[in-house]
Design a protein. Sequence first.
Length: 394
Amino acid sequence: MTDPMEKFTADFAANREERRRKRASANSTTASAPVVSPLTFIKASDWDGQPVPERQWVVHNRVPAGKVTILNGDGAAGKTTITLQLAVATPCGTDWLGAVIDTPGPAMFFSTEEDRDEIHRRLDAIRAHFGLSWRDLDRLHIHAMPEGEALLATADRTGIIKPTELYTRFHATALAIKPALIAIESAADTFGGNENDRSQVGQFLGLMRRLAIRTGAAVVLLQHPSLGGMATERGGSGSTQWNNAARSRLYFTGIRAQNGEEVDPNVRELRVVKSNYGPPGEVVRVRWQHGVFVPDAAASPLAQAAIAGEVDGLFLSLLDRFTAQGRYVGEKTGRGYAPSEFEKSPDARGTKSRAFAASMQRLFSAGRITMGPRPGASPSKKDRLVILRADATH
């Protein structure tokens, strides 16, 4: 018969050993936890003596290589056509709306809106315009799926944007083709998230950016503007993250008068609304002609003079209005600089500060404007622009 005291002593020892083993196991688990690797930083001094990498563009100051560009365009404005023109220009070396291709190479055009026949027709007009054969378009790759599953990314239940199988296949194809340009039509059909959610938009554009970085291509994402974007003539849509996350943003639109009516249904403007790596504000006026958009006759001296006259008239009109309102502007940069103040006016018709600056110099040279004093100020203090009229002296 087992002695009770001996049994108690044996059980106590066994329990103590079990606790010791558990502690040892816990310590062993902690000790085997993965070591966190620190981030690798570059010391700026390491670049001493190294050449600065040259900025790469597909289209200089418009479409940067290896980055995401958003092309907004009004409905039926022709953004599909000008994108197809870019997709032809990239491998073939033709111009794109008056600009040369800096980085030629293969192009991919992925459309969720147009079918094969429509793209065929549009490409035929572009090919004919530039005198190209179909064999010349050997490096232009087209995928049209207006009725298929077109989502490249969707949101899960937690709001995290995840790439679809289609994105994975698209990404693999791009790595194989090694294009200089990837054009995707359109954001509305390929993004399965909320376009007004900053986080989801940022994640989706992150996937587009990954595609651009890994292929080295310029990714051009077509997007329809919202009513607000059209009203402000900036062309944006949804969350501001669309504009913030893209490195370049273009807006293709018609030209409208102050009453909102289209001036000429065959004339469009491509506006560089945002450019992180170049000067924003470029406006390219083009005309629809035989199925393609070509630089408008504005390239001629007579037409350029007509456009300059239009801006000069707008400058004088805004100066007259500002003066009547007691909002005095001058020629010196800074607060009250006339070109900057006029650009911010809702009646500027999208005219940029630099266009107004050129107009101001023309008007000075022509003796149409001068500097004068404010009402009640000393005649010697000439700090505001005034219009020289035939019937008045300022």
